[in-house]
Design a protein around this ligand. Structure first.
Ligand SMILES: Cc1ncc(COP(=O)(O)O)c(C=O)c1O
Length: 478
């Protein structure tokens, strides 16, 4: 029988030290306030549907059909039986929705409840490769075609980041360059796997552009400390900055990586959130340059916002061979994927839907395009509204084009002996607005920022922004 004494246990200290500000002290305080009955606007995380964004109907109808395949034939029979008496066709599932669900089910072979191939079903990887080639305008003369065998379906991009970093960090001196500020998944994962975080600093005042000098300084400083730098992470569009990396900066990163034998980890989960321009992928910019590239995409962001369904993919180019073995990086990634059996099938199907939207002219094309455009327009409009409010706050500057789901303004006039953490806590207490302070993402020493996700409904923003402006101008002059 147990003596009732619970023994202490030693756990991985890296996990204890790991930090993740997006769900840190400020959101925790917000949750407490909410429990006490306060109205809280959660802008601390890019979780669109938590703030009322409606899922795309086309996706959800197909998901419901494939989860309960009997619905497909029932829907078809029902259609025939009552078509003449139902006047409103929008009450019924569209033909192309039923067809697509049927097609997916047939391709999934063993249905949604079975494990799939570890990398993910081949038809989905082929569709992803086609999506990448179309997006990047690859032709037999220009660019490099994506290889479906070098694509892995993942439980969101987070999973992909973990598996790549787990492989690259082979010892305590292995370093990964990350932009500062960064999305803390990177700092946390580097910490977890016992590697060295090597910071580099995009230039805020020029819209977060990347200068070669900043990259060189960062790698030289790391090497002087004995760090073996293995890869550089780029987040485009950026989180937390929302900034879009220009093509000149992309070229700088590629030549820097090439000259220093680094792999590039291109986090492109916000590729649909480029509101006033065109997204250019690192795969496209890389062309035939022999630099290992790990590109990530996800169903969590864009206009889909399906964070909870955990879908995404990792695409690998120029996969390196593994030193001292006859194996290639892809072989080991396959082995790693097989240990987890497979990513979840709903996420896989959503990823498939993300890369195969309704064909132009098809029955669902117009309603799909309408829903998509409405979401993207709303997001951009909300970002502009918040940016405009910043112009009425003393000492606030927000650099770069609008991208991703965030604004990351710099606060140049905080009262003496206060930090951006104090500011965000006070902002939360006064207005109910939950943001994350800049330190949670890393920032140049001596600067102060906050990140706000521009996701709350417009009416909520209209209500809270005047309160924020008033709070801000009082706070910085206190
Ligand atoms: C830059 C970036 N990468 C990856 C992720 C994780 O996305 P997923 O939900 O696909 O794991 C996020 C989530 O906010 C993110 O902002």
């Amino acid at each position: 029988m147990s003596s009732g004494i619970v023994h202490d246990v030693v756990v991985n200290p890296n996990i204890i030290e790991m930090e993740y500000a997006v769900r840190g002290a400020i959101p925790q305080r917000a949750a407490e306030l909410k429990k006490e009955g306060r109205k809280i606007i959660f802008c601390n995380i890019g979780n669109p549907q938590a703030l009322g964004q409606r899922p795309i109907s086309y996706y959800r109808q197909i998901l419901s059909l494939i989860e309960d395949p009997g619905l497909i034939s029932r829907e078809r029979q029902l259609r025939k039986a009552i078509a003449s008496s139902v006047r409103d066709a929008s009450l019924m599932m569209k033909d192309d929705v039923l067809d697509k669900a049927e097609f997916i089910l047939q391709k999934m072979e063993s249905g949604m409840g079975a494990y799939t191939e570890s990398r993910g079903p081949a038809f989905i990887r082929e569709a992803i490769a086609h999506f990448i080639d179309t997006r990047d305008e690859v032709t037999s003369e220009e660019g490099v075609y994506a290889n479906p065998d070098h694509i892995f379906l993942t439980n969101g991009a987070s999973d992909a980041v973990k598996s790549v970093l787990e492989m690259l960090i082979a010892g305590p001196n292995d370093g990964i360059m990350i932009p500062i500020p960064q999305y803390p998944l990177y700092s946390a994962t580097i910490k977890k796997y016992g590697g060295v975080q090597v910071n580099y600093y995009p230039d805020e005042d020029s819209g977060w552009s990347l200068e070669r000098r900043a990259l060189d300084e960062s790698i030289q400083a790391a090497r002087q400390q004995g760090v073996n730098v293995k890869a550089i992470v780029v987040i485009n569009p950026g989180n937390p900055t929302g900034a879009i990396i220009d093509e000149r900066s992309q070229r700088e990163v590629i030549s820097f990586a090439h000259e220093n034998n680094l792999a590039i980890i291109a986090d492109e989960v916000y590729q649909e959130n480029v509101y006033d321009g065109r997204f250019v992928s690192f795969a496209k910019m890389l062309g035939r340059a022999p630099v290992p590239l790990f590109s990530l995409h996800s169903v969590s962001k864009g206009f889909y916002g399906e964070c909870g369904h955990r879908g995404g993919y990792l695409e690998v180019r120029n996969a390196p061979n593994i030193k001292g073995t006859s194996a290639n990086f892809i072989d080991i990634l396959v082995k790693q994927a097989s240990v987890s059996l497979c990513s979840n099938t709903v996420g896989q199907v959503l990823t498939y839907l993300m890369v195969t939207p309704p064909a132009p002219g098809s029955v669902s094309a117009a309603s799909f395009a309408r829903e998509k455009q409405q979401i993207l327009d709303d997001l951009y409009h909300k970002a502009e509204t918040i940016k405009e409010a910043f112009t009425r706050m003393e000492g606030i500057h927000c650099f770069g084009r609008i991208g991703a789901l965030y604004l990351f303004p710099r606060m140049d006039r905080l009262p003496a002996n206060t930090t951006d953490f104090d500011y965000c806590m006070q902002l939360l207490d006064t207005t109910g607005l939950c943001t994350v302070n800049g330190l949670g993402f890393g920032q140049k020493p001596g600067t102060h920022h906050l990140r706000i996700a521009f996701l709350p409904p417009a009416e909520m923003l209209q209500e809270v922004l005047p309160q924020w402006i008033e709070f801000h101008n009082r706070y910085v002059n206190s």
